[in-house]
Design a protein around this ligand. Sequence first.
Ligand code: ATP
Length: 236
Amino acid sequence: GPSAPLVELRDVRAAYDAITVLHGVDLTVRAGRVTALLGPNGAGKSTVLATVAGVHPVSGGQLLLGGRDVTGAQPRELARAGVCLIPEGRGIFPNLTVRENLLMMTCTGRPRGEIEEIAFGRFPILADRANQLAGTMSGGEQQMLALARGLTTDPAVLLLDELSMGLAPLVVGRLYEQVAEIAAQGVAVLVVEQFAAAVLDLADHAVVLVRGRVARHGAPDSGIRDELAALYLGSD
Ligand code: ATP
């Protein structure tokens, strides 16, 4: 049967100053599953991730984590509870080496050996690149580094924003295979993408957001694909 909801948004509203961008979003992310949050530019997808990580406040509704009401919790508290946001642009340090980027994660309290074991275990190519400046790697390898850094925090909830940005489809497909394996180990994964093809192949559940409202949700089947195709063809 379905696993328990790890993250639940209930009628979540959010605004930037006077402009409301989330108009009552309901969304569930389950442990062991990949949930895809899709929709056109400006729909509010990144804002949803920001509210789950506590970096953007909700102006209405509720955020639950493992059944506990965490509405209004600070980012630090949510991070401690296992929420890990990997932002668009990846949040790695391009002028530091791969090893230095990983070493920074000793701030989690994990010893260096464990951190390298987690990172290199999941992405062996990063071991070969250990002494290379992160910014000189391919986009796909940089995204692997971002994921590896996230994994060292032992996330219960992994939030990924536009992982596919600027990457070739083949590379995106391989990254999403890794994401699916991470989910299979019990992590609740929420991925935001504007262009959905790669993620729909492995998502367990898809949510389509349009202008701050859930327009459709369900299995990532042809209905969802058709809806997205219509949305994008109809935009601009
Ligand atoms: P994108 O793929 O472009 O990031 P998105 O679906 O993730 O789109 P959001 O980034 O969440 O959408 O933005 C939702 C709306 O909020 C947009 O209209 C955007 O212009 C607005 N917005 C986002 N960030 C801010 C901000 N810091 N200040 C003011 N408005 C913002």
